[in-house]
Write a protein that binds this ligand. Structure first.
Ligand code: IPM
Ligand code: MG
Length: 360
């Protein structure tokens, strides 16, 4: 099959890790007789340098026209970069929000899985790490506080800032449907996370999730308050299968879930909408402090490419081949520095990419 992929390397370690994911995709194309074509696009700080803004409309349109988008990471050192001395609407993060909204990617899937080989890197008590966990955080991505009206004003000499949290039932329903569909392909257990004891938006969220649940009688559903969820994630992560939640809660909880897997360098993510077009990116940032040193872990980006094969191209077998290859290099003891442990072999970004490619 033929697919056209927009590659957005971005800033910091982005270009290095996207290069390794491309290597893996090329190997998949060769082995399974597909044709992948690529187009590199600028987003983030590199786009600010070139065009004065982190994502131009032209670039957004090119991304829209592709079959799928693979992103490295955008942004620089916030306290210490010219990219943050400009209007907030042109800064690196604004580009990320603009592409999510522009491609209507309302569903963000962030898997958090503890590899047996990385148990020692898990910061939780040994008995909890021993039990392991395998969950996905399903985060609403184009609504809520991130996209509600906001303003900063001064009233009678007092500065005041407002952000609004808005959801309509259609926005909740479509992400809930995605959540239940994913749960159906997994352990059929969905926990919806909200703050229904305080927020109206959460009460509507809960009501709509319960309505959608009626169409999925094979999936068990329960509700959990977000503060309790933050606690349960470190107390008993094995209880989670699919966690369905709104944008801001999902942002926070997905960082927590990623930390307990031992390294954020392992976590992939997929942002999906109503069509097959998706945006795939590692859950981690651009790590400018280690850029260009061939030490970044490319696995999260490679696993994101695997998600692209599965969700955008329906190439399940190929996706599994990539995931199995990652598992193999870990079992064989190869590690980048972020997941290095005693008795293992330390390798760089490129070497890790090669090792995975050779095992497909
Ligand atoms: C994420 C990031 C972004 C977000 C930032 C960079 C705007 O934290 O993808 O989780 O908050 O969504
Ligand atoms: Mg985040």
């Amino acid at each position: 099959m033929k697919f056209h992929i927009a590659l957005i390397p971005g800033d910091g370690i982005g270009p290095e890790i996207v290069e390794e994911a491309k290597k893996v995709l090329d190997r998949v194309a060769e082995k399974y007789h597909h044709e992948f074509t690529y187009e590199k696009l600028l987003m983030g700080g590199c786009s600010i340098d070139a065009y004065g803004t982190s994502l131009t409309d032209e670039t957004l349109n090119r991304a829209k026209a592709a079959d799928s988008v693979l992103l490295g990471a955008v942004g620089g050192d916030v306290g210490n970069s010219r990219w943050y001395d400009i209007d907030p609407k042109d800064r690196p993060e604004a580009g990320l929000l603009k592409i999510r909204k522009g491609l209507e990617l309302f569903a963000n899937i962030r898997p958090a899985y503890l590899y047996k080989e990385l148990k020692d890197a898990c910061p939780l008590r040994e008995s909890i790490a021993e039990a392991g966990f395998d969950m996905v955080i399903m985060r609403e991505l184009t609504g809520g506080l991130y996209f509600g009206e906001r303003k900063t004003e001064e009233i009678n000499g007092v500065r005041k800032a407002t952000d609004t949290l808005v959801y309509d039932e259609n926005e909740i329903r479509r992400i809930a449907v995605k959540g239940f569909e994913i749960a159906r392909k997994r352990k059929k257990h969905l926990i919806s996370v909200d703050k229904a004891n305080v927020l109206d938006s959460s009460r509507l969220w809960r009501t709509v999730v319960d309505e959608v649940a009626k169409e999925y009688p094979d999936v068990t559903v329960s509700h959990m308050l977000v503060d309790n969820c933050a606690m349960q994630l470190v107390k008993d992560p094995a209880q989670f299968d699919v966690v369905l939640t709104e944008n801001m809660f999902g942002d926070i909880l997905s960082d927590e879930a990623s930390m307990i897997t031992g390294s954020i360098g392992m976590l992939s993510s997929a942002s999906l909408g109503a069509t097959k077009l998706g945006l795939y990116e590692p859950s981690h940032g651009s790590a400018p402090d280690i850029a260009g040193q061939n030490i970044a872990n490319p696995i999260a980006t490679i696993l994101s490419a695997a998600m692209m094969l599965r969700y955008s191209f329906d190439l399940d077998e190929e996706a599994r081949a990539v995931e199995d290859a990652v598992q193999k290099v870990l079992t064989e003891g190869y590690r980048t520095v972020d997941i290095m442990a005693e008795g293992c072999t330390r390798v760089g970004t490129k070497e890790m990419g090669d090792l995975i490619t050779e095992r497909i």
